[in-house]
Design a protein around this ligand. Structure first.
Ligand code: BCO
Length: 565
């Protein structure tokens, strides 16, 4: 790397101790092997320092490229040294301490990986956020978490500054940029002057590690808090079976690093296996560019949301053959059997489905080399005991529709979120008997394969984004044309589902050109909140369907969209 000089001697891998027990009296499915984590020393070493040169192939730990031909390649010892420096920047230059919260809002640049590992080393809880966040979203996140620090780039620094005065807990603003900015610490120069010596905290499995903001039917996003066991899960043999990553693999997960898919798929999984993390800056999604990248670079593993594969297939390439690609995984939304078939026909490769959420990471899937049943998202990944449950938490028989539940009693499994931070009510709401209720509907067949059916609430899953209808309705309510609105999911051939807004106009806007008004309202939502939530479909209606108590019947509107009425 030209920006940094990596120094410092490799540290030994301290190792971890586990014991494996069988839980007595487990019901439903095979006996679950519970891994009780006792103690892991210097957990933060798990990523870079485990894979010193000489013990692995010549591939770098991190390989970053952009479309302008710039490239960064870091070895594991370079990453180790740089993350030690990052840890020192946090504790010494920023005065942060173990347990403090840090908002990490960076695009796909190498510094994101330094900050994440720097946090793990120091016990600072990182909160990844997509760069699509707007000032209001950032304000909410900083206030709700009482974050002590934020790390971002020039693009979002003005948005942070516009709300920082309302965030009294915020004491450090770190800028990743070639320019300086008043009131901000310069990440690059601090890294250069920081010591490359750092001793990791002795983290325990139940210590908090990261927070993911996740949307629900009502209210603002909840803070799903994960412990270090999210990282520990990547070591479990059952999880390693999923992708079977090896040190010789070059793994690309283009998901925005604000999502848990990227934290697991582009940080924890590859680095615990000693694989290379490949990153393309991808300022904008472009399916043609993705095909070029997969053809040009020696990528062996590719993990992306189904919409990415769908949008590539929709380009109608005459040939889609990738010279080095061996394994493809997909998760974040439903994949249709015909998409699986088309990808296989075009590329000669299979698509292995993964199921997860911000609360659960990757909890089900089709491990590499095992039978794919097109349309099914695979089986539970141990130590998660996944069952289909009724509203009381009773396990349902095979092929019966119910909610996807993950057993949390008598023992909460390694890798499941700890709680919704500062929200015991919402945490209790998702507990159902002995299970965590995911809110997703499905059936399970006799072989344990799970068949996804949809949500049991009003949450929308558009191209892998979980969107709460009220977040969009609240943004629409701030436009003078909108008297009231109802936001629901609507089917879409590219994105699986999209956000649709049914809008009742205020009288003075009734005569307006509806096409123009649609565009204006879409731009308005994009400006008010993260643009991925904007309503791609808008319909103006005279009144919203309501119950006698005045509650909007979103369910009715959604059913109409899916032709179920
Ligand atoms: O389509 P439009 O152009 O009208 O709008 C797009 C963007 O152009 C626009 N936008 C983005 N940044 C903006 C902006 N507008 C104004 N100001 C800005 N700063 O907003 C819209 C954003 O939509 P998008 O993100 O869907 O963009 P795009 O380019 O269509 O990308 C398509 C996908 C498929 C690449 C994208 O939707 C995607 O990345 N989906 C996957 C999401 C994902 O990774 N989910 C995983 C979540 S974790 C999980 O599920 C657990 C699984 C283990």
């Amino acid at each position: 790397p030209d920006k940094f000089s990596a120094q410092g001697s490799p540290e030994p891998w301290p190792g971890a101790r586990f014991c494996s027990l069988h839980a007595p009296g487990q019901t439903g499915g095979s006996r679950q092997s519970l891994l009780f984590y006792i103690y892991i020393r210097d957990l933060a070493h798990l990523c870079p320092e485990r894979h010193q040169e000489g013990r692995r192939g010549p591939n770098p730990a991190l390989w970053w490229v952009n479309s302008e031909g710039d490239e960064v390649k870091w070895s594991f010892s370079e990453v180790a040294s740089l993350t030690r420096r990052t840890a020192n920047v946090f504790t010494q230059s920023c005065g942060l301490q173990r347990g403090d919260f840090l908002a990490l809002i960076l695009p796909r640049i190498p510094e994101w990986w330094l900050v994440a590992i720097g946090c793990i080393r120091t016990g600072i809880v990182f909160m990844p956020g997509t760069t699509q966040l707007k000032a209001k979203d950032i304000l909410y996140r900083l206030q709700a978490s009482k974050a002590k620090a934020v790390v971002t780039t020039d693009t979002l620094a003005p948005e942070v500054d516009s709300v920082a005065s309302e965030c009294p807990a915020l004491k450090a603003k770190l800028l990743v940029s070639d320019h300086s900015r008043d009131g901000w610490l310069d990440f690059h120069s601090l890294i250069q002057s920081a010591s490359p010596e750092h001793t990791c905290i002795k983290s325990k499995t139940e210590d908090p590690m990261a927070i993911f903001f996740t949307s629900g039917t009502t209210g603002l996003p909840k803070m799903a808090k994960h412990s270090h066991s999210l990282a520990l899960r990547s070591y479990l043999p059952s999880c390693r079976k999923l992708q079977q990553l090896k040190p010789s693999d070059i793994s690309w997960c283009p998901s925005d690093p604000g999502w848990i898919l990227a934290v697991v798929g582009s940080l924890l999984e590859p680095w615990t296996a000693g694989s290379t993390i490949f990153i393309h800056s991808l300022p904008q999604f472009d399916p043609k560019l993705m095909v070029e990248v997969l053809s040009k670079y020696p990528i062996t593993q590719f993990l992306a949301a189904p919409s990415v594969f769908r949008m590539i297939l929709q380009q109608n390439f005459t040939s889609l053959r990738f010279p080095t690609l061996q394994h493809c995984s997909t998760g974040g939304e439903a994949l249709l059997p015909e998409e699986q078939e088309k990808w296989k026909k075009q590329t000669g490769l299979l698509l292995h489905e993964i199921y997860g959420q911000s609360e659960v990471g990757m909890s089900c899937g089709v491990p590499r080399g095992t039978k794919i049943k097109p349309g099914s998202m695979g089986k539970a990944i141990s130590p998660f005991d996944v069952q289909i449950i009724d509203s009381k938490g009773n396990v349902l028989p095979p092929n019966t529709e119910g909610s996807i539940g993950i057993r949390i009693k008598p023992t909460r499994p390694t890798g499941l979120f700890m709680c919704y931070e500062n929200n015991p009510e919402k945490t209790a709401e998702v507990e159902c008997g002995d299970f965590y209720n995911t809110g997703d509907r499905a059936t399970m067949d006799e072989e344990g394969y799970i068949w996804f059916l949809g949500r049991d609430d009003d949450v929308i899953n558009a191209s892998g984004y979980r969107i709460g209808p009220t977040e969009v309705e609240n943004a629409l309510a701030e436009h003078p044309a909108v008297k009231e609105s109802a936001v629901v999911s609507s089917p879409d051939t590219s994105r699986g589902e999209v956000v649709k807004a049914f809008i009742v106009l205020n009288p003075q806007f009734l005569a307006h050109n509806q096409q123009q008004l649609t565009k204006e309202l879409q731009e308005h939502v994009k400006a008010m909140t993260a643009p991925y939530k904007y309503p791609r479909k808008v319909e103006f209606i005279p009144e919203l369907p309501k119950t006698i108590t005045g509650k909007i019947k979103r369910n009715e509107l959604r059913k109409k969209e899916f032709g179920q009425m």
